[in-house]
Structure formats: structure tokens, C-alpha cells
Design a protein around this ligand. Structure first.
Ligand SMILES: N[C@@H](CCC(=O)N[C@@H](CS)C(=O)NCC(=O)O)C(=O)O
Length: 186
């Protein structure tokens, strides 16, 4: 099984944690933008090859790996909805990060302002939910921890007003597979 990705992507980190949790052997192929453009129609990472299976999104990859290991992926519609909220948040924040890196002033573009507002309203909603402070974590929770780790690593969000999320993240920092997959420091 080959996982294509980067060590900084929060989407890829979620998949790497699932691989560690389910103890499945895999080859990690570090892939930059040129590599994802050449190999995946989404031109994004992660993507996964397993024999003749080819998957292009972290959610379908996670479902595949859980089911391959005899586990469930998002047991309820509610858990799936929380995972979708985190995915939307992650997608909008990563998108703004790349756009800002290209030198665009996001305050000058109305749709990018909408993206920024979506990030804040989703964070506020997630901050009101109840989150565990230790393992076991479900996939929506693992994904949220990956998002917060990435947003801090890239200095994209000030979490000081999201106390509940900070508390959740502090707990996740004690989780072995989360520690083992952190983005390269320095
Ligand atoms: N929906 C995708 C999103 C993946 C994604 O946005 N990956 C980012 C890295 S964090 C990427 O490859 N971005 C490159 C680009 O947008 O060109 C998933 O869940 O796998």
C-alpha cells in the first residue's frame, strides 16, 4: 500500500494516524505539488494506492483503512457531520493559507472574506461542542486535533478565544500516535 503525501498536511496526518492505529504496513511517498499534479486528478495530497484501488481524498482513504482493519468509520450521521465540519474548516483555512502565500490581500476579495467568516463561525460552533480530553478519539476528533496542530504550526488561527478547543488539543498532545506524526519542527 502506498500513501502519497507531505509531512505537513493535516489531511495526510489524519491518514497516518489511522495507519498507525490499525497497524497496517505502508510506504510513504513524499509528494510535492508537481507530484500530485502528475498523479491525482484533485492535484492534492493525500492519495492512496493499494493494488488496483486508487483513492483521492483523506475521508475515503480513512474509511477504506478502517474497514480494511475491521473497524467502523463514522458510526453515526452526527459523527460524520462533525467530521464534515472539521473538513470544511480545514479546507477553507488551507485554501486561504495558500492564497495569502501567493501575495493576495484577502480583505480585498469578497469571497475570501466569506471563507474567513466561515472559518470563524465553524470554530465557534466546534468550540461549543463537548470534546474528550484523552483517548479513545473517533475520526472527527482525530481530524480536529490534526487541524488545530496544523493551524498552530502555520500560525493561521488565534485559539485564545476558543478555550474548549485548546483544552481538547492539550489532551491530544499526550496521544502517542499524534505525537509521532507531528509536522517537522524548526
Ligand atoms: N479534500 C481533500 C483535501 C486535501 C488538501 O487540501 N490537501 C492540500 C495539502 S494540506 C493540498 O494538497 N493542496 C494543494 C493544492 O491545493 O494545490 C482531502 O481530504 O484529502
Amino acid at each position: 500500500m502506498k500513501l502519497y503525501g507531505s509531512y505537513t498536511s493535516p489531511f495526510v496526518r489524519h491518514v497516518r494516524i489511522v495507519l498507525l492505529e490499525t497497524q497496517q504496513a505502508f510506504e510513504f511517498i513524499e509528494t510535492d505539488q508537481a507530484g500530485s499534479t502528475a498523479k491525482s486528478p484533485t492535484q492534492r495530497v493525500p492519495f492512496l494506492e493499494d493494488g488496483n484501488i486508487f483513492l483521492t481524498d483523506s475521508a475515503s482513504i480513512t474509511k477504506y483503512l478502517r474497514e480494511k482493519a475491521g473497524q467502523e468509520f463514522c458510526k453515526t450521521a452526527q459523527e460524520l457531520d462533525v467530521l464534515c465540519l472539521v473538513s470544511t474548516l480545514m479546507d477553507a483555512t488551507v485554501n486561504l493559507f495558500f492564497i495569502k502565500r501567493d501575495g493576495v490581500d484577502i480583505s480585498a476579495v469578497p469571497y475570501l472574506q466569506r471563507q474567513a467568516a466561515r472559518i470563524q463561525s465553524t470554530l465557534a460552533e466546534l468550540n461549543q461542542m463537548s470534546w474528550p480530553t484523552s483517548t479513545p478519539y473517533n475520526d472527527a476528533q482525530i481530524r480536529l486535533a490534526c487541524f488545530i496542530g496544523w493551524a498552530k504550526f502555520r500560525n493561521q488561527i488565534d485559539f485564545s478565544i476558543y478555550e474548549n478547543l485548546e483544552k481538547f488539543y492539550a489532551g491530544a498532545l499526550n496521544y502517542g500516535h499524534f505525537i509521532a506524526t507531528q509536522p517537522p519542527q524548526g
